[in-house]
Design a protein around this ligand. Structure first.
Ligand SMILES: Cc1cc2nc3c(=O)[nH]c(=O)nc-3n(C[C@H](O)[C@H](O)[C@H](O)COP(=O)(O)OP(=O)(O)OC[C@H]3O[C@@H](n4cnc5c(N)ncnc54)[C@H](O)[C@@H]3O)c2cc1C
Length: 536
C-alpha cells in the first residue's frame, strides 16, 4: 500500500451507482466532505446511457423510470440538473398471431380491450386495480423508513416498531390478512382469483417475474409485481416513463446535484481493499495502490460483493462471509439493445404510433408460457421461448437516435448466470441473441432486416460490466426472507455494515432494487445520525 499521505474525507463512497450518488448528494448537502470512487469510466452503474453505435444513445441496463422517489427528485431539485421523466401511455401484449391486448390510462378504453378476451375479466379489472392500489398505498410510506431491528431494545427501534405495528393494526383483521397473503403468495394464484383469460393473466404477470429468479407460480412473486407498481410519474401512482436522454440522465442529474453541494466524484477509480484498523473501517486502497481515508466508508456494492469479493485488510468474520455467500442474488435476466433503421410494425397493432406502442410491449400469451420459460432457467438454459419486455423510447424521446431511426431496448427473462454446459462464451451469447430476435421477428415481421447494430448481454456480461453479482438486477432477490429488517441480512438492515465505520447504500438494502434512490437516501440519513452523534 502507498506510503504517501492519504486524503481524508468524512465519507468515502465505494461506487457511483445511482444510490451511491444519491447518498453522496444528501451527505454533501448536509456539509460533509464526500468522495465517490467509481470503478468504471462513467457514473451510473445500472442506470447509464451509452453511445455504442454512432448517433444512438442506449439505456444499456435499466430502461424505464417510475421508482425514483419523488421526495428525492424534489429535495435534490433534479429537474434543475437536467432530469426530465416523460410518462408513457400504455402497455401492449403482442401475441404474434394477429391478436394483441393493450392497456391504456383511459378507463373505458382499457375495459373494452380486456372485454375482447373476457367480459368477466373486464368487470374484474377494477377490483384488481383497487387491490393493487391499496397495497401500493400501504407500502409506499415504508420506502423511506429505516427498518427497525425487531430484536433491539433501543428507544428508537421500539418507537419505530410501534409505528410499524400501528400501520399493520390500522388495516383491520381482513385487510391485514389480505396484505400478508399478498406479500407471500404467487402472482399466478393472485391473478387466478380475479381473471379467467390466459392472455389477460399473461399480460399482467410480466411485472411479477422481471428481474427475479421466480416463476409466476412461485410464492413471493406477487410481491415482485407490487414492487413494479409502487412508483409514480408526475404524481400518477404505478405510471412509468422514460428519462429524457436515457436512464443515465438520472445518474447524471444525481451526480451534478452531489457536485453542486461539494462532493468529489472520481471515475476509473476501482477500490480494491477496505482498510481496517483495530476492527474499524478507516479508508480504502484503489487498484493503483492509492489510499483514500474516511471517517466512514459507504459502499454502493451488493452484499455478496462486499462480503466475498472485496479485500479487507483485516478479514471479515467467517460467519459474515458465509452470510454473503448464502445471500440470494440469482441472475435471471438478459438484455438486447438494438439500433433500428426505422419503426417496426407489430402484428395486430393497426396503426403505427398508437399510444400503446409508446410503452412496454411484451410477448406473454399465458401464465403457462412464462412458467415454461422459467423451467428452462431452472435447468441452466436460457428460455427457448422467453418473456420479453420491449420499449422504443425514441417514439417520444427523439434525443436517443437520429431522425427516422429508433433505439429498442429488449429485456429478456429468463437467462441464467451460468449455463448447464459450462460458462458463457461469445458463441453462446450470439445464440441467445438469435433466440430473442426469432421471437421479435414473430412479433414484428421484418424487424431482423432493420437491425443496424445490437448489443447482447447475458447475466455474465451484466456482472462483469456493471458489477451486479450474478447479474441480479435488484442486487438480491426481493423475497420476504430478504426484505425489510431481513435485507440484506438480519442485524445489518439499518445500512450499517459488518464492522464499525462501514455502511451500505446499494439496492441490497431496504427497500431493494430498481432506480429508486431510496437505499441511498436512507443510508445517508443513518450515517449522518452517527456522524452527528459522534458514534464514528
Ligand atoms: C438489465 C437491467 C435492466 C433493468 N431495468 C430497470 C428498469 O427499467 N427500471 C428500474 O427502475 N430498474 C431497472 N433495473 C434495476 C436497476 O437498474 C438497479 O437495481 C439499480 O440501478 C441498482 O442501483 P445501485 O446504485 O444500487 O447499484 P449499481 O447500479 O449496481 O451501482 C454500483 C456501482 O458500484 C460500482 N462498483 C462496484 N465495485 C466497485 C469497486 N470495487 N470500486 C469502485 N466502484 C465499484 C459499480 O461500477 C457501480 O457503478 C435494471 C437492471 C438491469 C441490470
Amino acid at each position: 500500500m502507498s506510503t504517501q499521505k492519504a486524503q481524508r474525507y468524512d465519507v468515502v463512497v465505494i461506487g457511483g451507482g445511482h444510490n451511491g450518488l444519491t447518498a453522496a448528494a444528501y451527505l454533501a448537502r448536509a456539509g460533509h466532505s464526500v468522495c465517490v470512487l467509481e470503478r468504471r469510466e462513467q457514473i451510473g452503474g445500472a442506470a447509464m446511457s451509452e453511445e455504442l453505435y454512432p448517433g444512438f444513445t442506449y439505456s444499456t441496463c435499466s430502461y424505464v423510470a417510475s421508482l425514483l422517489r419523488p421526495e428525492i427528485m424534489r429535495t435534490l431539485d433534479l429537474p434543475s440538473h437536467g432530469l426530465q421523466i416523460i410518462p408513457y401511455e400504455g402497455s401492449l401484449n403482442v401475441l404474434g398471431d394477429g391478436r394483441s391486448l393493450a392497456s391504456y390510462p383511459d378507463h373505458d378504453r382499457n375495459r373494452r380491450e380486456i372485454a375482447k378476451f373476457s367480459h368477466r375479466d373486464a368487470e374484474a379489472y377494477d377490483r384488481y386495480g383497487l387491490e393493487i392500489m391499496r397495497q401500493c398505498r400501504f407500502i409506499r410510506p415504508m420506502l423511506l423508513m429505516t427498518p427497525p431491528d425487531p430484536t433491539s431494545l433501543s428507544i428508537g427501534d421500539l418507537k419505530d416498531l410501534m409505528k410499524l405495528g400501528g400501520m399493520f393494526a390500522d388495516l383491520g383483521e381482513q385487510r391485514l390478512h389480505d396484505t400478508l397473503r399478498f406479500w407471500l403468495t404467487s402472482c399466478g394464484d393472485f391473478l387466478d382469483e380475479y381473471f379467467e383469460s390466459d392472455v389477460v393473466k399473461g399480460h399482467l404477470a410480466g411485472s411479477s417475474i422481471i428481474g427475479t429468479a421466480l416463476g409466476p407460480y412461485s410464492p413471493g412473486s406477487a410481491y415482485v409485481l407490487l414492487h413494479h407498481y409502487m412508483g409514480e410519474v408526475d404524481g400518477t401512482i404505478g405510471a412509468w416513463g422514460y428519462a429524457r436522454g436515457g436512464m443515465g440522465a438520472i445518474s447524471k442529474a444525481l451526480g451534478s446535484a452531489a457536485r453542486s453541494f461539494g462532493a468529489e466524484i472520481r471515475t476509473d477509480a476501482e477500490v480494491e481493499t477496505v482498510i481496517v484498523r483495530h476492527g474499524r473501517a478507516i479508508g480504502v486502497a484503489l487498484a493503483n495502490g492509492e489510499e483514500v481515508h474516511g471517517r466512514t466508508i459507504l459502499s454502493n456494492q451488493d452484499f455478496r460483493r462486499i462480503t466475498t469479493r472485496m479485500k479487507w485488510s483485516e478479514p471479515l468474520p467467517e460467519d459474515v462471509v458465509k452470510q454473503g455467500r448464502d445471500y440470494k442474488i440469482r441472475g435471471s435476466s438478459g438484455k438486447l439493445n438494438i439500433a433500428l433503421d426505422g419503426l417496426p410494425r407489430f402484428t395486430g397493432v393497426e396503426a403505427h404510433g398508437t399510444p400503446s406502442l409508446n410503452g412496454d410491449i411484451h410477448y406473454s400469451p399465458s401464465l403457462e408460457y412464462i412458467e415454461k420459460a422459467y423451467d428452462d432457467w431452472k435447468y441452466g438454459m436460457w428460455s427457448r421461448r422467453p418473456y420479453v419486455d420491449v420499449v422504443v423510447p425514441t417514439l417520444i424521446d427523439p434525443t436517443m437516435a437520429p431522425d427516422g431511426k429508433h433505439f429498442m431496448s429488449v429485456f429478456v427473462q429468463y437467462v441464467p448466470p451460468t449455463l448447464h454446459d459450462g460458462p458463457w462464451t461469445p458463441e453462446k451469447r450470439d445464440a441467445f441473441g438469435e433466440t430473442v430476435i426469432d421471437l421479435l421477428e414473430q412479433m414484428a415481421p421484418g424487424i431482423r432486416n432493420m437491425i443496424l447494430h445490437k448489443q447482447v448481454r447475458s447475466p455474465w456480461d451484466i456482472e462483469n460490466e456493471v458489477g451486479l453479482s450474478e447479474g441480479n438486477i435488484f442486487q438480491g432477490e426481493l423475497t420476504m426472507d430478504q426484505l425489510m429488517f431481513n435485507r440484506p441480512v438480519p442485524g445489518m438492515a439499518q445500512y450499517r455494515g459488518p464492522i464499525p465505520g462501514f455502511y451500505m447504500c446499494g439496492s441490497s438494502n431496504h427497500p431493494g432494487g430498481g432506480v429508486m434512490g431510496a437505499p441511498g437516501h436512507n443510508a445517508a440519513r443513518e450515517l449522518m445520525a452517527d456522524l452527528a452523534g459522534g458514534k464514528v
